[in-house]
Design a protein around this ligand. Sequence first.
Ligand code: ZN
Length: 294
Amino acid sequence: MARNKFGLARKIPAEVEQLVRKSCGFGCVICGAIPYEYDHLEIEFHEAKVHDPDDIVLLCDTHHRMKGSKLLSVDAIKRARKTRASENSEFRFKLPATSRDFEVNWAGNIISASDNSIVVDNAPILSFVRTDNELEPLLISGQFRNRYGQVVCDISDNCFTSRAEHLGDFTLLNNRFRYSLPGGPMGLAFDLSDRGIDIKYAYHVKDDVHVFAQGDLLQVGNLFTSSKFRASRFYDVKHGIVVESCTPNFVYDGVDLNKFPANEMIGAQCSRTYAGVYIERLQRYRISSNYDRL
Ligand SMILES: [Zn+2]
């Protein structure tokens, strides 16, 4: 049924969904889990005249079933929503299983590193631990920051956790994850599968280190040295790219990364080495010896 007896379409308008996501802290209003569904709280859809954001909540499958069988009362859900709406609520989701040959695609640049994809001041954005567990041969951990240096996504053994406070919005559609910052600009976008993570947009800042991915460009560097990669490939390396900061508390807001003097690496290939590219604190830049330009 596309419309109910009052002519209300089943599809909740996008702007109402966004309000609901925010009020529920971007995850199940009870436990913070993803995936979730939109649930009409008191007035069931067939009796509703409008899609009222105050009467819609996010519920995971478990808590949706508990509500259906009256194990979870409407009052309890409303109380939980008050807590969830507080700015520091967390939501989380788990990557079901990961294959051993997991690849990280940074805007068209493939990094298959054995230990870490990109390391910023000793902290990997994505790091990998191989296990003997057949179901989870690879465990992913790490941390994504935003352009203000705030951690927007914390990953621990394939479990992704985000704090709502730094997010304007967060959506999950199938395996497509999209974060936006308060005010609307894109914060982080990636598609996940058991074979890899496909990073469509990232602007990870820590002090004066930037890791920027968009379109076909991956740009990594600090205030003194920056490198632009396109269609490049790092494989059989321990660390993909290692970068260190030079200037603490540097603020990138309003800085045009395009104007940074940068090395251009197009179609570069790098393999069988410790770190593909190493951008050091002291204005030094080193490309591993197993590096070719095609
Ligand atoms: Zn739940």
